[in-house]
Design a protein around this ligand. Structure first.
Ligand SMILES: *[C@@H]1O[C@H](CO)[C@@H](O)[C@H](O)[C@H]1NC(C)=O
Length: 569
């Protein structure tokens, strides 16, 4: 048979294809392994310009002099959980270790932890942008907790970082935060009301990117915030912009209050008619409109089925049941055998007194209501008048925030081992970029190489152990073979059955959707599934007595057990 030869050919070809693809891969990877001799090597970065703070955490000595762990307590909560006793460490990451590359790790979980460092000099919001950048690696994923950085407000009194806590005033809060399915990348700034000096948090609109992966992929991500003197801002993750806009337009609540507000003293006049439609006052109920006519009436044409046994009860005492030996008439009452369905009623239309079915009442009209017409006195929806907002102000320079004196992490996390690294606060985007090139980008390349080297190890193993080819061929070829076999030979079987009597010359097809088994088999199966659920809806929602009783009369059809339920009580 020509078809069989074709199938065999297909199998042989596919096996060759698999071998060819694997072989090709092998060659490529050998090339790659030659290349990576000159892979970049990590060394602690140097700042290429001015930075208010640049911290790579590789120098434990420096870390101890610059960073201050909070020794205070959280305000207004129970003493035993209020302490900032979270554990911080400077150590290597748990994966992709590079010589001498350390990070700051929040080791503990479910504890308050706070650590902070002063800037070299306070950042003042003047002619230059603010650039904040740091790496976070949720080395153990993140269930619930933050990894955001607070840029602490420089106040008249110098900042005492040992007292850093949740109420310490900050100017900006920036970074990732998650709880459950709520993934956030905060950019919050605190704005000073120019009229009365009160301070309000302004939250940026949400990033347009999906954030989930940053919390669970267990690799470092680089978070960058740039705020410019023209009030524009950008938020980047791994160098890619995920959020941008203006301090004036993209924050809630907005920096500037509305010029006009609704007058709180204005009230809706009593004669204000806000009904758009009213019942037609000229409409009268038609003479023949009978509000009391029932929706359904007895169908007088309905006759008792011939096989209906009117004198047979639907149930009888079970003749096989016997009075229990320990039955006590005084205690339990007179013994009666339990009722069972009357066997004489089986297989016929029904037993007992016959009730005619109900039908729709043609005279049924329900309650009469006059038609609705447009209300001639309709004045529209009432709204209070607008007045000038007494709290209005127009701050065109929200960039001019309160100066920043220090930065700090003040966190609580359900997942341990959050690694922070390569924090930089600068006023020069290029300085931040260069800093990332020497740190984050080198680590990113290392991780990429490690990823590809898993594949390379497989290839190396193969060239040393040629027998593994047999495994590959069986592993990839066998399923293919099976698919082809099933397609060709099962369709042959079914078409044999069909064609034999009528069309002996019909060309057998290889993968034939029409020829497979019998599609009709599935259709009734599906509708069988649908039907009962529709029935249930009807019964549950409409709770129409008439429908129920009608079905009772029809005797035991499809969903009998369901309908019997209401009668049980
Ligand atoms: C300052 O004004 C804002 C509204 O503009 C108001 O919400 C706030 O309570 C005021 N603060 C003080 C201290 O009066």
């Amino acid at each position: 048979m020509g078809r069989q030869r074709l199938c065999t050919l297909a199998i042989v070809l596919s096996v060759f294809l698999v071998i060819a693809v694997l072989g090709e891969e092998h060659v490529h990877d050998q090339d790659a392994s030659d290349d990576d001799i000159q892979k970049p090597v990590y060394k602690s970065p140097t700042v290429s310009g001015f930075a208010y703070l640049a911290e790579h955490f590789d120098d434990r000595e420096r870390f101890r002099t610059v960073w201050v762990q909070s020794q205070t307590k959280k305000e207004e909560i129970d003493e035993d959980i209020a302490k900032y006793d979270g554990v911080w460490a400077v150590e290597e990451p748990t994966r992709s270790v590079q010589d001498d590359d350390l990070g700051l790790v929040l080791k503990s979980k479910a504890r308050h932890a706070a650590i902070a460092a002063l800037l070299n000099k306070p950042f003042k919001f003047e002619e230059k942008p603010l650039v904040v950048q740091y790496e976070v690696n949720f080395q153990d994923g993140q269930e619930c907790g933050g990894a955001y950085l607070k840029l602490l407000t420089q106040e008249e009194a110098s900042l005492d970082l040992t007292k850093f806590h949740d109420k310490t005033p900050y100017t900006i809060m920036f970074g990732p935060d998650k709880c459950g399915v709520d993934h956030k990348l905060h950019f919050i700034f605190r704005h000073k009301n120019p009229i009365n000096g009160s301070i309000e948090e302004k939250h940026s609109k949400k990033p347009k990117e999906r954030l989930e992966d940053y919390f669970k992929d267990k690799v470092p991500h680089l978070y960058t915030l740039i705020v410019r003197p023209d009030n524009s801002f950008q938020v980047k993750v791994d160098g890619k912009i995920v959020n941008e806009g203006s301090l004036l337009d993209d924050f809630t609540p907005p920096v500037n209050p509305p010029l006009e507000i609704e007058d709180p003293n204005d009230i809706q006049p009593e004669d204000w008619d806000d009904r758009e439609k009213i019942p037609d006052p000229t409409a009268v109920k038609p003479e023949d409109w009978d509000e009391d006519a029932p929706a359904q009436i007895v169908d007088e044409d309905d006759l008792m089925p011939e096989d209906w046994l009117e004198n047979e009860p639907t149930t009888i005492p079970n003749p096989d049941s016997v009075k229990p030996d320990d039955w006590d008439v005084e205690m339990d009452g007179e013994w009666e055998p339990p009722q069972i369905p009357n066997p004489k009623c089986e297989g016929i239309s029904g037993c007992g007194p016959y009730k005619q079915k109900l039908k729709k009442n043609p005279r049924y009209k329900g309650k009469w209501l006059p038609a609705l017409i447009n209300n001639p006195n309709y004045k529209g929806k009432w709204k209070p008048r607008l007045i000038h907002n007494p709290e209005f102000f127009n701050d065109q320079h929200p960039f001019r925030m309160m100066p920043i004196g220090a930065i700090g992490f003040e966190l609580w996390s359900m997942s341990p081992d959050i690694l922070f690294d390569n924090v930089i606060i600068t006023d020069d985007e290029d300085v931040a970029k260069q800093w990332a090139d020497e740190t984050f980008e080198i680590r990113r390349q290392k991780i990429a190489q490690e990823g590809s080297s898993v594949w390379r190890r497989v290839v190396d193993f193969t060239s040393e152990n040629p027998w593994i080819w047999a495994v590959y061929i069986v592993g990839t070829g066998l399923p293919l073979l099976l698919i082809i076999y099933c397609c060709c030979f099962s369709s042959k079987d079914s078409s044999d059955d069909e064609k034999d009597p009528l069309a002996p010359n019909e060309e057998p097809k290889c993968p034939s959707p029409e020829g497979s088994a019998s599609p009709e088999d599935q259709v009734p199966h599906l509708s069988r599934l649908d039907e009962p659920s529709n029935d249930n809806n009807e019964n549950d929602e409409e709770t129409d007595e008439i429908i129920a009783s009608e079905k009772d009369e029809q005797g035991a059809s499809g969903d009998g057990p369901r309908r019997r339920k209401p009668n049980k009580e």
